[in-house]
Design a protein around this ligand. Structure first.
Ligand code: SF4
Length: 314
């Protein structure tokens, strides 16, 4: 979603809006109805992951000409964004009640989903998100007693090795009864499987969030919780992210190594379509389908994006 809502999409908005503070938007037609409307973190793991997977993939995205216009988000991304929005509003109201503030200052979660879905052109997914949100509330009725909310969609940042800016937006941070701080990441999916538990301990994004949270909360930081949400035929699971001590210890060096490999290629003066290519069927055709740039890599610069790419016998 857009971070500078009023500046970037105010003209198209179906209702008057202003940005109150970074990440919090106020509907001017309803002066107190704040909506947490955030963008991706500006210098997060996703960018580094592209380069670690394949430097050519990074170059297609960041070194070539800027893409014209805004691409419509994929269905999983649109549903996930709307569910995140509903949960942000839900926990903002909860935090207000816990702190003795007026929860009505925060727009109702379901209303926020419908308004933002209209704004983003993702109205087709609004009801799935609302249903998942309602089921989540039924699943976790004790959150307000058990979690003292200390942060919602807050941007955390650090300078790795004193040089490389690294940012992350933490979905939720809360204090438990023992006074320990947990960061929680909401993960939405169409189908929750046992494999989710297996692959998240090697997620650079989550190890990066833990790195930022440890800096932010110090010794009070207890770890990452995953809030797994299956949005269709709803199913839920919460778990503590298993630690990966070696990856955590080497996280900063990993970031430095990736940044330096990007800098080395930039300094080489090579054309952006001639950066090193992974050329590996597991990287070029991954769990969610083909790499967005598979056709450019196979046929050259003018080939169109993968879109509905599928194998055809030749
Ligand atoms: S298709 Fe493969 S080689 Fe080309 S950018 Fe994607 S991952 Fe890299």
């Amino acid at each position: 979603m857009s971070q500078n809502l009023s500046a970037e999409v105010g003209r198209e908005a179906p209702f008057p809006i202003v940005e109150k503070e970074p990440g919090v938007t106020t509907l001017t037609s309803q002066p107190n109805a704040n909506i947490i409307y955030t963008g991706p973190s500006p210098r997060g793991w996703h960018r580094l992951q592209l380069a670690a997977e394949c430097l050519q993939k990074y170059a297609w995205k960041y070194e070539g000409p800027k893409q014209e216009g805004k691409r419509a988000p994929s269905a999983p991304l649109a549903k996930g964004s709307l569910i995140h929005l509903a949960l942000a509003q839900h926990y903002a109201k909860m935090r207000a009640r816990q702190q003795g503030d007026d929860p009505e200052e925060w727009c109702d979660p379901e209303e926020a989903v419908r308004l933002i879905a209209e704004l983003e052109g993702t109205g087709a997914y609004a009801e799935v998100a609302v249903e998942a949100y309602r089921a989540h509330c039924i699943q976790y009725p004790d959150d307000e007693e058990e979690m003292k909310i200390v942060g919602i969609e807050e941007m955390a940042s650090t300078k790795i090795a004193g040089k490389y800016l690294f940012t992350g937006r933490l979905d939720l941070a809360y204090e438990d009864a023992a006074g320990r701080i947990w960061a929680m990441d909401h993960k939405t999916t169409g189908r929750l499987t046992a494999r989710h538990k297996q692959f998240y301990p090697v997620s650079g994004q989550l190890i990066g969030y833990s790195h930022l949270s440890r800096e932010k909360y110090g010794e009070r930081y207890a770890g990452m919780k995953l809030n797994l949400i299956q949005h269709t035929n709803t199913k839920f699971e919460r778990l503590t992210l298993p630690r990966s001590p070696n990856l955590e210890a080497r996280f900063e060096q990993t970031v430095v190594d990736i940044e330096e490999s990007i800098e080395r290629m930039q300094a080489s003066g090579r054309d952006f379509d001639a950066w090193p290519k992974a050329i590996n069927e597991l990287t070029c055709y991954h769990r969610y389908g083909p790499c967005d740039f598979i056709n450019q890599c196979r046929y050259g610069l003018e080939a169109k994006k993968a879109g509905n790419w599928a194998w055809t016998d030749q």
